[in-house]
Design a protein around this ligand. Structure first.
Ligand code: UD1
Length: 338
């Protein structure tokens, strides 16, 4: 298949590109590099040994996107083109709604115009909100969010469901990611956040490589076994392979359907620190600080639907997640822009 990765130069998009190329698909990337690097695309070519067509284009730019659809016979789209900073979304909510909703509508309009029927959407466990019991299952209703970023994911899912209801030819797979960490085992690709990392694993790996002094653990008094928050961390290559299954599922089914992509096993912040130290031999100085606004004590996936329907399970364990993160970070201390 010819697969368009909208926002495909980012952390999850670039790893997904490698999985799709390895499976024999052709990949076209459209990215404005607002939060990613063109070097990531070069590394996708290097690691896969395959050509990749890449456009520097804003997915909100309808004329630019129409040209891409015209020049390529696209079979399926994977939509990663979104802003993803929780804290930033509280500061600039309008920019978040504008970008994330606009990319989604532009892609849907292009699909209608060019007869493209299959879409895989990069959603998030955040859509379960804080009302649902854990583990989260796809049978639960979407919840409400404490931040605009989360609302954009909830709205985008709703838009896709409405579009699929109105057009019986449309097929949309909503992939609800839990917490992706890790890197490609080659050490040539990995997570490279701009500025101070918001997420746990890139912060830990930047402490390990000496770019940050110490980690602040956000809260030590949660109602969890060791007082720190628990999350369902999965290896980014497992997540990437989930997209491969989703693309094939979208080609064979109609309508909108959601799948959790997680392991089903939670780890606490302290367990992640210890696992990283054991896997790498590098110690991580940390201090327990205040809770971060909006953090839930714990959540993880009921991962049974993806296993039953997509024949997908996460195969790589926490040691591998930590080892591959360190292999990437230690060989690329400054990320892609060295
Ligand atoms: C966050 C978002 C989620 C988004 C995901 C990917 C919230 C509430 N959720 O998930 O919607 O899809 O990022 O961008 O923000 N932690 C520390 N110290 C740090 C960083 C994190 O202790 O410096 C802790 C957090 O409190 C949390 C855990 O590590 O318990 C994981 O945090 P993070 O990697 O930011 O992911 P989420 O908050 O689960």
């Amino acid at each position: 298949m010819n697969i368009l990765l909208a926002g495909g130069a980012g952390y999850i998009g670039s790893h997904t590109a490698v999985s799709l190329l390895d499976a024999g698909h052709d990949v076209i990337i459209a990215d404005n590099f607002a939060n990613s690097s063109p070097v990531a695309v070069e590394r996708v070519r290097e690691v896969s040994g395959k050509p990749v067509t890449c456009y520097r284009a804003d997915v909100c730019d309808k004329a630019a996107m129409e040209r891409i659809f015209q020049e390529n016979n696209i079979d399926c789209i994977v939509h990663f083109a979104a802003l993803k900073g929780v804290g930033e979304s509280v500061e600039i909510p309008v920019a978040y709604y504008r970008n994330n909703i606009d990319t989604t509508l532009t892609l849907l309009e292009c699909m209608a115009k060019f007869g493209v029927r299959n879409m895989v959407f990069s959603s998030s466990a955040t859509v379960y909100g804080d009302e649902n019991p854990i583990p989260y299952a796809e049978t639960m209703r979407r919840g409400s969010s404490s931040h605009p970023y989360g609302w954009t994911k909830i709205f985008m899912e709703q838009i896709f469901e409405d579009a699929a209801k109105a057009d019986p030819n449309l097929s949309v797979v909503l992939l609800r990611y839990f917490n992706p960490i890790g890197a490609h085992p080659s050490g040539r690709m990995g997570e490279d956040p701009r500025g101070v990392p918001n997420n746990l694993m890139p912060y830990i790996s930047q402490v390990a490589v000496g770019r940050r002094e110490k980690l602040t653990v956000f809260g030590g008094d949660y109602p969890t076994p060791d007082g720190t928050c628990r999350r369902d961390y999965l290896h980014v290559m497992d997540l990437a392979e989930g997209h491969l299954e989703a693309v094939e599922y979208a080609a064979a089914h109609k309508g909108a359907e959601a799948f959790n992509l997680g392991t089903g096993t939670p780890y606490s912040v302290l367990e992640i620190i210890r696992a990283f130290e054991t896997a790498t031999g590098v110690s991580i100085p940390y201090a327990i600080g205040d809770r971060r606004a909006g953090d839930l004590p714990e959540f993880w996936a009921d991962a049974s639907k993806a296993e039953r329907v997509l024949c997908w399970t996460a195969k790589r364990d926490l040691t591998e997640m930590c080892r591959d993160t360190w292999n990437w970070q230690s060989h690329n201390p400054k990320g892609y822009e060295e």
